[in-house]
Design a protein around this ligand. Structure first.
Ligand code: NAD
Length: 254
């Protein structure tokens, strides 16, 4: 049966590859993100597979920080079977960075309040048996200096995931989180370029050294995170709720 799958931050990286998974299953896939041009490009990239699978792709400009906008859109979409709360940002700022307060606020606005707005609005219309997958990070369970805002925000996403899982269990709605490691997306490229600059290294050399520290010796591809998201949203995961799973090429064990 065709399902309505809403993916926030669906215009690139992990969100776009998650959309591809649900498109291949022939669903109605709703991509929400801030940039209309990126949304149009994402839609074009999914067009051939959507046509082949009989899926429908919709795009909506949405800032997840704007709670009223989230509620209005989700109500208009009708019952949501699957929500992938993926939209997020990653900005580094050490405590003595002049921008650290702003980074803290913006990071929490998007990564935490945004996820909360989407989960709350989606839960209003979700049918029994619906699924929510949040996108945390392996920094949701661990820590890295200079990533205070991001680390704290992704810990908060895991707390939110577990609490909502308990609250919605009586409606058979399952809620789980994925915790990606270092994923080959525009976000990770921008972040590693910034770190390389801070350390006076060339970005390629910095990435080569960082990759050498990863047990499986490579970055995670966004499709590999998307496969885990699709699994958690599938009936194969019918007994799984309130859990979080790393997809990190062996980086961190907790
Ligand atoms: P990305 O930059 O390619 O995608 C982020 C998406 O979020 C974009 O579509 C962007 O438009 C959207 N977005 C950002 N702010 C938004 C807002 N206020 N409202 C609506 N949409 C917004 O990055 P990605 O790596 O695919 O990141 C996706 C998720 O995965 C994020 O939550 C990120 O924290 C998480 N993650 C990424 C990595 C990694 O290494 N790339 C690792 C762990 C977790």
């Amino acid at each position: 049966m065709t399902q309505t799958v809403v993916i926030t931050g669906g215009s690139s990286g992990i969100g776009l590859e998650s959309a591809r998974q649900f498109v291949r299953q022939g669903h109605r896939v709703v991509l929400c993100a801030r940039d209309p041009e990126k949304l149009a490009s994402a839609r074009a990239q999914l067009h051939a597979e959507a046509t082949e699978a009989g899926a429908r792709v919709e795009t909506h400009v949405l800032d997840v920080v704007d709670q009223q906008a989230v509620e209005t859109l989700f109500e208009r979409l009708g019952p949501i079977d699957v929500l992938v709360a993926n939209a997020g940002i990653c900005r580094q700022a050490r405590l003595d960075d002049p921008h650290s307060d702003q980074v803290w606020k913006t990071t929490f606005d998007i990564n935490v309040h945004g996820a909360y707005h989407c989960i709350k609005a989606a839960a209003k219309t979700m049918p029994e048996g619906a699924r929510i997958v949040t996108v945390s990070s392996n920094l949701g369970k661990n820590a890295r200096a200079g990533y205070e805002a991001y680390t704290a925000s992704k810990h908060a996403v895991l707390g939110l995931t577990k609490s909502v899982a308990l609250e919605l269990a009586s409606r058979q709605i399952r809620v789980n989180a994925v915790c990606p490691g270092w994923v080959n997306t525009p976000m990770a490229m921008a972040d590693s370029a910034y770190t390389a600059e801070q350390q006076g290294q060339a970005p390629d050399e910095f990435r080569r050294r960082a990759i050498a520290q990863i047990p499986l010796g490579r970055m995670v591809e966004p499709g590999e995170v998307a496969a885990l998201i699709a699994f958690l949203a599938s009936d194969a995961a019918s007994a799984i709720t309130g859990q979080s799973y790393n997809v990190s090429n062996g980086e961190f064990f907790n």
